[in-house]
Every structure is written in structure tokens, then in C-alpha cells.
Design a binder for this molecule. Structure first.
Ligand SMILES: [Zn+2]
Length: 149
């Protein structure tokens, strides 16, 4: 887990209206042999939280469940016909493939969030906001701050 020292302009980072809550966002990246995970709370208003973050995470849960179950089912049928695999091995392998596909979709969905954590190859952490005005104030507030893993 990383320590970050970012300061955030005190308004919603998506629409710049007064913020109500803090939303946890997460980013992971493998750099060489290490796996870097960064979690940062960003200020958001209730409307943007519901629109961009809550719906996103429940959609992700459904996608992961459906694809995992679907993979397990397909694996079950393939495994029943295969002598050396067996139905149980089929469920495990199918569920695993389903989970991999789900993880792939979830990565793409996270790329669509209006705010993202960027981890570069030196483990430097920065923030990317779709709202350019917010990005500008954020950059201004943090120009002497750098977060390292
Ligand atoms: Zn907002």
C-alpha cells in the first residue's frame, strides 16, 4: 500500500459542485517483480458518486458473477465429456477462464471512470481527471507534492 500526500480542491472532482463524500479509487500495476496497488480517496458529490462510481461497481460485480458462473457451466459440460478432465476440473477451469474475462472487462470499465490513478514505471503516482478545470487546480495545489510508492 502506498502513502500519498495529494491535496484535493474542496469540490466534486467530476462536476466541481460542492462535494458530499469521498470515493475510494484503486489502481494496480505490476512493475518488474513487484505489484503496486494504490488507493486514494477523491471528493465527489452524491450525484456523481451514484452516476459514475456506485453503478460501476455493481455492474462489475454482476459481470464477474455472470461470467464466472457461465464459465463454470460451460466447463462442467466440457468436463463431463472429457475422461481426463472430469466435471469438477471442468468447473474449476471454466470458472477461472470466466473470471479472467471478467477481470479484463472490469479493467476496461475502470478506464472509463472520470478520475483515475496513474502509476508510471518508476512507481510515481499521479491523478488524471476528465474535468480539465479540476485537473488544473489539482496540479496547482500539488506541484510541490509527489507521491511515491
Ligand atoms: Zn459531482
Amino acid at each position: 500500500m502506498s502513502e500519498t500526500y495529494f491535496k484535493f480542491p474542496q469540490c466534486c472532482c467530476v462536476c466541481m459542485k460542492p462535494f458530499h463524500t469521498n470515493q475510494l479509487i484503486t489502481e494496480s500495476k505490476s512493475i518488474g517483480a513487484t505489484y503496486v496497488t494504490s488507493q486514494i480517496y477523491v471528493p465527489v458529490c452524491n450525484e456523481c458518486k451514484a452516476k459514475h462510481f456506485d453503478s460501476n461497481s455493481s455492474q462489475q460485480l454482476i459481470i464477474a458473477l455472470v461470467l464466472g458462473l457461465l464459465g463454470g457451466l460451460i466447463g462442467l459440460f466440457i468436463g463431463m465429456d472429457s475422461k481426463d478432465f472430469g466435471w469438477f476440473g471442468g468447473i474449476i477451469a471454466g470458472g477461472f477462464v470466466g473470471a479472467m474475462i471478467a477481470a479484463f472487462f472490469i479493467t476496461i470499465m475502470n478506464k472509463n471512470l472520470p478520475v483515475r490513478i496513474i502509476i508510471d514505471w518508476q512507481s510515481n503516482i499521479s491523478m488524471k481527471f476528465d474535468n480539465r478545470e479540476y485537473q488544473k487546480s489539482f496540479d496547482e495545489m500539488n506541484k510541490h507534492n509527489r507521491a511515491f510508492y
